[in-house]
Design a protein around this ligand. Sequence first.
Ligand code: FSX
Length: 368
Amino acid sequence: MKEETGDETVLDVLERRGLTRRAFLQVCAAVTSALALSPAEAARITQVLASKPRPTVIYLSYQECTGCLESLTRSFSPGIASLIFNDISLAFNDTLQAAAGEAAEEAKDSAMKKAWGKYVLIVDGAVPLAENGAYCTVAGRSAVSDLRHAASGAAAVVAVGTCASFGGLPYAAPNPTGAVPVSEIVRDRPIINVSGCPPIAEVITGVIIYYTTFGLPALDRLHRPMSFYGNSIHDRCYRRPFYDRGMFAKTFDDEGARQGWCLYELGCKGPVTHNACPTMKWNGGTSYPIESGHPCLGCSEPDFWDKGGFYRPLSVPTGHWSRAGVMGAAAAAGVVAGLGAAVAARVRQDRTHKPDAGGDTNQKTPKS
Ligand code: FSX
């Protein structure tokens, strides 16, 4: 086996392990299919992975539940092993690495020095600012100071999870720690938000590999990659025909729920939530919440904890992101359009259907 060097390509790494070019082409095919690359990009992938050094990746965690990393470790294609051993050089992650304490901090400092200005910084978790950042400290240093330092040597920052992207649970009212998203601390580096609580595993790996191979992907107004967040859950929902016909489950165990009708009246946030759940699904494409009979909670959108109740039908959001104007006209228009369609559908339903023979009359219709 050849000796490990700092600037290896994916092909070098596989050859060093004694794997054949066939294995390399399999990695290229896995990356191509995971990223749904255009024909032009797919044609370039073999050349890029054979010639471009693997990027150094530093992965830091702050206020979070480790659900994002749990999700990442369950990635199927490309799997976490392939990502770490083949596609990137993961220099620091305090959950996955064996080192702890001072040895871990030294490893982080040395990896950052070696790749200063070039590494990709992945961050999960929000960052508390109250009490001078005392609510989250690592090795005696506040998260905010740690993040500022790490980001100043990064080529780009990938905020993994809704906590890092938009504040998430720590940011929810009354936000006692003064938590903020990464974008409020880092203002001079490109930021890719990979939201979701947690994000889909293959979306995390896909974004990391896309960035490290091709650079910044096309982003939406909330800095999320369009390829994964360009459509709403509602756009691709297999229950959509029931929504359009005004056929709604009203309780979790009524006839409508058993027949797979739309979950809008049970609080589904699909019309205002952008993510790839209906197409990529979870656990290697097995299912996703709506397919399992549960409404979408809207976990990949800003302020999802504060929007007035997971099981209440949509209404115009009132949380702090929307007050600050971050929610934006497009999402608000989506809510209004969704409500308009639902009300119109409901009128049609009342005129033409009696879909819920055993329905729960206590459930309310959507209201603005
Ligand atoms: Fe937050 Fe992630 Fe939810 Fe948890 O790292 S997005 S609470 S799944 O773990 O940050």
